[in-house]
Ligand binder design. Structure first.
Ligand code: SAM
Ligand code: SF4
Length: 473
């Protein structure tokens, strides 16, 4: 079989990163292997996101730039996948004559057949069919990057929550969960390939399996916790309304479950939460945060916020700032509200000026930066175990990293803090020595966006796990 070059460009969330890997996996048997060089690719796939208007614009401007490449290389197949493809369908073919294929979020497993047809007859195809059930349940594992220690595994797709600002239920379809046995097969396959950490993905993992009568999410976690060779489990995203007592308890008893919960609240005001259709209140949210911290005192909590939702008053925005001060998050993502074509809030009155949204976003980020800085500072002098992910590109000008003859590494703590540390290169001379190992790091310096430390001992853990590599100390 002739080898062909495939370039996949991914915009958006972890789901899209996972999907890109699946796309590479389903096309590999046809001879497609990955390239970073777009100009030389036989096929370019743009894996798009439409969660906010900016992401959609980014997809179209990238696609626009591909027209030139296609003109220079007419044999190139240009395909558009992901949420913009699902939303726009055949309108993309009309708007962009250089696009050959538009495939929606449920069409990944039909790709080989479609690509074969295009290769044979240069036809143009649109497939944006959505189904309520998962027709193909894998596992298909695409290639891992060199030294990759962590992988995403999707456990469910779609969403039934219909938050009024959100396009996801419209472009990813109804919620459907994968069978636990298939999920476990895929994780075991990744572990055999060398990964140490898995992040389970879903729009609302807390409702995993409910619809299909499969196991509950905490029971799935128990099974994943039992996989030999896997060291860490993460998951995202949890909807606060469905965060159960049992899941909170799991943080106290599953040793592989990382001490981090991403619990998007979106707003600190009950009126806004109601109009967002979030179906929890500020108080019930705060109550769950308290229970999480009682069960797992060192748990890191992060969140998503939307500022400038239609009708949001200054007072309501202040309630959001007040919530941030109360919770003292370890980190957050904040977005200016953006109208999406199929989301109900697009028709809501009381749209907020862009300039006000920008001010609110800045105020919120400034507040959180101060909190993060203070929280980082409390880690100085403490030893944290990190899973080493590879060498680091960040530079610390006042630390060891600026000294010659050191290699600078990056790892992540259980609570998802990124820690950089430097090791003299006579102790760790090659990437292969540290990547994938656990290391004890003494945190020595804390900045607003990073932590820096020193290797104090390794490797970690009484029993070396499958694939664990020794490290210098
Ligand atoms: N399912 C997750 C949840 O319920 O939190 C999040 C899904 S979404 C991919 C990620 C984040 O994008 C949301 O938490 C929200 O903060 C933000 N978002 C979604 N729609 C938005 C919109 N129309 N404008 C601005 N931000 C939006
Ligand atoms: Fe969107 Fe809400 Fe579903 Fe999250 S829970 S994907 S924000 S509709």
């Amino acid at each position: 079989m002739n080898s062909k070059l495939l370039h996949i460009s991914t915009i958006g969330c972890q789901m899209n990163v996972y999907d890109a890997n699946q796309i590479a996996g389903v096309l590999a048997p046809m001879g497609y292997c990955g390239t970073d060089d777009i100009a030389s690719a036989d096929m370019v796939i743009v894996n798009t996101c439409t969660i906010r208007e900016k992401a959609e614009q980014k997809a179209f401007s990238f696609l626009g730039r591909l027209a030139k490449l296609k003109a220079a290389n007419p044999a190139m197949i240009v395909a558009v996948g992901g949420c913009v493809a699902q939303q726009e369908g055949k309108a993309i073919l009309k708007r962009m004559p250089h696009v050959d294929l538009v495939f929606g979020t449920h069409a990944i497993f039909r790709l080989p057949e479609m690509v074969r047809r295009i290769e044979a007859s240069r036809c143009r195809i649109v497939d944006v069919r959505l189904s309520d059930t998962i027709e193909f349940d894998g596992p298909v594992a695409g290639p891992l990057a060199d030294g990759q220690v962590s992988a995403f595994v999707t456990i469910m797709r779609g969403c039934d929550n219909f938050c009024t600002y959100c396009v996801v239920p419209h472009v990813r379809g109804r919620e459907a969960s994968r069978h636990p046995d298939r999920i476990l097969d895929e994780i075991r396959m990744r572990v055999d390939q060398g990964i140490r950490e898995v992040t389970l993905l879903g729009q609302n993992v807390n409702s995993y399996g409910n619809k299909e009568g499969l196991c509950r999410f905490y029971e799935l976690l128990e099974r994943v916790n039992g996989i030999d060779g896997l060291s860490r489990i993460r998951f995202t995203t949890s909807h606060p309304k469905d965060l159960s007592r049992e899941l909170i308890d799991a943080f106290g008893r599953l040793e592989k479950l990382c001490h981090h919960m991403h619990l998007p609240v979106q707003s600190g005001d009950d009126g806004i939460l109601k109009r967002m259709n979030r179906r929890y209140t500020r108080d019930s949210y705060l109550d769950k945060i308290e229970r999480l911290r009682t069960t797992c005192p060192d748990i890191a909590i992060t969140s998503d916020f939307i500022v400038g939702f239609p009708g949001e008053t200054d007072r309501q925005f202040q309630a959001t700032l007040d919530l941030i001060e109360k919770v003292r998050y370890d980190g957050l993502f904040a977005f200016m509200y953006s109208d999406r074509p199929s989301a109900p809030a697009t028709a809501f009155s009381g749209k907020i000026d862009e300039s006000v949204k920008k001010e609110r976003l800045q105020a919120l980020l400034d507040l959180q930066t101060g909190i993060t800085r203070e929280k980082h500072q409390t880690l100085v002098g403490q030893i944290r175990e990190v899973l080493v992910e590879g060498t680091s590109r960040s530079l610390d000008t006042d630390g060891l990293a600026s000294v010659d003859h050191t290699i600078q590494w990056t790892g992540r703590t259980s609570s998802n803090h990124i820690v950089h540390f430097a090791v003299p290169d006579d102790q760790a001379t090659g990437k292969e020595l540290l990547t994938g190992a656990f290391a004890n790091i003494m945190i020595e310096r804390a900045h607003a966006h990073s932590l820096w430390g020193r290797l104090v001992q390794g490797p970690m853990g009484a029993t070396p796990e499958k694939g664990e590599k020794p490290i210098a100390a």
